[in-house]
Design a protein around this ligand. Structure first.
Ligand code: FO1
Length: 308
């Protein structure tokens, strides 16, 4: 089973798959990646890695639990910008990643090393080893991703999105093989524009999703017309899409066989079926581990994957 993932939604779903006894390959967005304090930070990879390692901060969804902030406090005292909250333990990940990247090890290899060190059994794959940067056009101009998301709290209207570097990016080793070789391919309930499209946009990935023999299942991140987390609803709206699971389904036409929508959106079953999808209506809100495992088991079942 292969999961295409952004941050928190992808991490929680992948965790559910692991809890269900299946070891997934997780292909992760790198468009959120940023350089701060000279360090290479890969938030979505880290969110998936920490969640699968059982080390994540459940409340926030990102970062490590039990963090301290002595380094950040000292950076502020030195006059550095500290709007991006980096905990002391989290900084160790960025130090190790940056040192290894500077030593010439590709991101995919560094990711595999870090994940193995933290006891993650699933295979974590950045979609590419090459730099891709999601840039947002807003009424205040073009913003780098974390500038938009964290510093300005995704308050700006998004009028356009550019995935800088994506046309020259090559899929990381293993990415195309895991998409084409999977029996089940799941698009996690991640933001379509900020998480999923920058994965599909790496040359070769969309074609692999279009042509794989896998049963392809997508979980809508929009429930009852609202995003489970983050700015997905505002972005759908300002980019001219319907803010609903139907609007998400339209984005995934030709890429997905089964759309999974929340019980709250049961009325959208017919319209989504009319687009040619099979539809699974269920509880898609993954609260704790039990909810994640239940959803993962339902996805495995609808996709015909043996459920342990
Ligand atoms: N998200 C925030 O809203 N505020 C932060 O200060 C913040 C810090 C941070 C540090 C490390 C990391 O791996 C993720 C972090 N995130 C933070 C999440 C990050 O912005 C993600 O890119 C978004 O959640 C989108 O997936």
């Amino acid at each position: 089973m292969t999961v295409l993932a952004g941050g928190v939604g992808g991490a929680r779903l992948a965790h559910g798959v692991v809890l269900a006894g299946v070891r997934p390959d997780v292909v992760v967005n790198v468009g959120d990646d940023t350089r701060l304090h000279g360090l290479w930070i890969s938030p979505d990879l880290d969110t998936v890695m920490y969640t699968l390692a059982g080390l994540n901060d459940e409340e926030r969804g990102w970062g490590l639990s039990g963090e301290t902030y002595a380094t950040l406090t000292q950076l502020a005292a030195l006059g550095e910008d500290t709007w991006f909250t980096l905990g002391d333990k989290d900084l160790a990940t960025h130090l190790a990643r940056t040192a290894r990247l500077l030593g010439g090890v590709p991101l995919s290899e560094v990711t595999a090393q870090l994940a193995a060190s933290l006891g993650v059994t699933a295979r974590l794959l950045p979609v590419t080893d090459d730099p891709v940067a999601t840039l947002l056009d807003t009424p205040s101009g073009r913003l780098a991703f974390q500038e938009y998301f964290v510093r300005r709290q995704h308050a700006d209207a998004v009028l356009g999105i550019t995935y800088e570097g994506i046309d020259a990016a090559r899929p990381a080793p293993g990415v195309l093989d895991t998409v084409t070789g999977a029996d089940v391919l799941v698009i996690a309930p991640s933001n379509p524009f900020l998480s999923v499209l920058p994965v599909l946009g790496v040359p070769g990935v969309r074609e692999a999703v279009e042509t794989t023999a896998a049963r392809r299942v997508a979980v809508s991140p929009i429930v009852g017309g609202q995003a489970i987390k983050g700015p997905a609803a505002q972005i759908l709206e300002t980019l001219g899409h319907e803010v609903s699971a139907l609007g998400v389904a339209r984005l995934y036409e030709g890429l997905v066989d089964v759309m999974v929508v929340d019980d709250a959106d049961a009325a959208l079953r017919g319209p989504i079926e009319d687009l040619g999808f099979e539809v699974l209506v269920t509880d898609t809100i993954m609260g704790g581990p039990a909810g994640r495992e239940r959803l993962a088991r339902e996805l495995l079942a609808v996709a015909g994957h043996p459920v342990p």
